[in-house]
Design a protein around this ligand. Structure first.
Ligand code: SAH
Length: 216
């Protein structure tokens, strides 16, 4: 668990790369500059690439998302400090750390036990305190709802009704939707209990949001 000046320099450059790609929120860019992404990648051999703007394998057939995508989704959430945010797909915990750097409270669900166990240990070691759950993201977390914001970090075949229900009125859901190889990034604003406004923000590539165990 070593962070060096070289790593710090590399992530400063990464933040610049991401800014050039269009991310404007300075808090998001500071988070990218602050978080030691290499420590979220379990394979040490990949650490020298950790500050390339690319996804990498994290085990269990999953990936740590590309930093630009993390920044893009985070910016779309329009976070205000102390908001309650639900993340679906904890994975490596990197996106969780970015959200925490934004000053919000994070509840995050992961469906792969091996990833859940590793990230539950890693995040507090790095000083990141959140509520992590092992479970099915399609269902959200009814006992902790409603949430100000919800972010889904895997490609969903459809927009889960439970997540819309668990959003506050005025809240935002950011979710990549489609069953194919790539997804459309959707921003959904909850206007009232039954009324939603959807915006399409372009094409992205995610690992799929998995169905309940035993159903796939
Ligand atoms: N936010 C993560 C991205 C990981 S990739 C990061 O920054 O590293 C997407 C994650 O979603 C994977 O870890 C995958 O196991 C998880 N996932 C897939 N289907 C899920 C589901 N139904 N519920 C919760 N998590 C799920």
């Amino acid at each position: 668990m070593i962070d060096t000046y070289r790593h710090k320099g590399l992530r400063k450059k990464l933040a610049q790369v991401i800014a050039k790609k269009g991310i404007k929120n300075s808090q998001v860019l500071t988070a990218i500059e602050t978080i030691p992404r290499h420590l979220f990648i379990p394979d040490n051999a990949l650490h020298k690439y950790a500050y390339d703007d690319k996804p990498f394998p994290i085990g269990a057939g999953q990936t740590i998302s590309q930093p630009y995508t993390v920044a893009f989704q985070t910016e779309l959430l329009e976070l205000k400090s102390r908001e309650k945010v639900l993340e679906i797909g904890t994975g490596s915990g990197y996106q969780t750390a970015v959200l925490l750097e934004m000053g919000v409270k994070v509840f995050s669900i992961e469906r792969q036990k091996a990833l859940f166990d590793r990230t539950k240990e890693l995040l507090p070691q790095l000083g990141y305190i959140s509520k992590l759950f092992y479970g099915d993201g399609y269902k959200g977390l009814p006992s902790f709802a409603p949430f100000d914001k919800i972010i889904v970090t895997a490609g969903a075949p459809y927009i889960p009704e439970d997540l819309l229900n668990q959003l506050k009125v005025g809240g935002i859901l950011i979710i990549p939707v489609d069953e194919g190889e790539s997804q459309r990034m959707k921003k959904i604003v909850k206007l009232s209990d039954k009324k939603f406004e959807t915006e399409d923000l372009g094409l992205f590539r995610f690992v799929p949001l998995l169905k309940e165990k035993g159903r796939d």
